[in-house]
Write a protein that binds this ligand. Structure first.
Ligand SMILES: [Zn+2]
Length: 141
């Protein structure tokens, strides 16, 4: 069975090139490129394209949860509960990640931990009809 990359090998505040991310996670660069194709956001403001450690970590955690957890329209994914949760008060921060994607952050209504969801910017209208969204500045805002 293939070993699952460990998101904790990444440092949240650092940026990685595709090669560096592959080395940190002990996977091939082809694997990292396949994540990019599957929706992992890249910071394209400079070359080589960079991946924020925190973004990659969230991506891998969501991916590990995929198939086990289906998020309803009003739910985020809680890292502590490892389950879909409704954020407290339906309050979420919307943090731009790339020109096309953003991340929603809220507080789990069960454990009070951080819950998270990646969205396309095109979904923001729809999302703001469900949640109380606070727009934040992000890495590429
Ligand atoms: Zn929770």
């Amino acid at each position: 069975m293939a070993k699952r990359p460990n998101p904790r090998a990444l440092r949240a505040a650092r940026t990685y090139t595709i090669e560096e991310a592959a080395t940190a996670l002990d996977v091939s660069t082809g694997t990292v490129r396949s994540w990019v194709k599957a929706g992992l956001p890249l910071m394209k403001s400079q070359r080589p394209f960079l991946i924020l450690g925190d973004t990659l970590r969230s991506f891998l955690q969501e991916r590990a949860a995929n198939g086990k957890v289906t998020l309803q329209a009003d739910q985020l994914y809680c890292f502590s509960c490892k389950a879909a949760r409704t954020p407290m008060g339906l309050l979420v921060d919307c943090i731009p990640q790339t020109p096309k994607t953003a991340r929603l952050l809220g507080l789990c209504d069960v454990c009070g931990g951080t819950c998270n969801r990646m969205i396309g910017k095109g979904q923001i209208d729809q999302i703001s009809r469900i949640f109380n969204v606070a727009m934040k500045d992000g890495p590429t805002a």
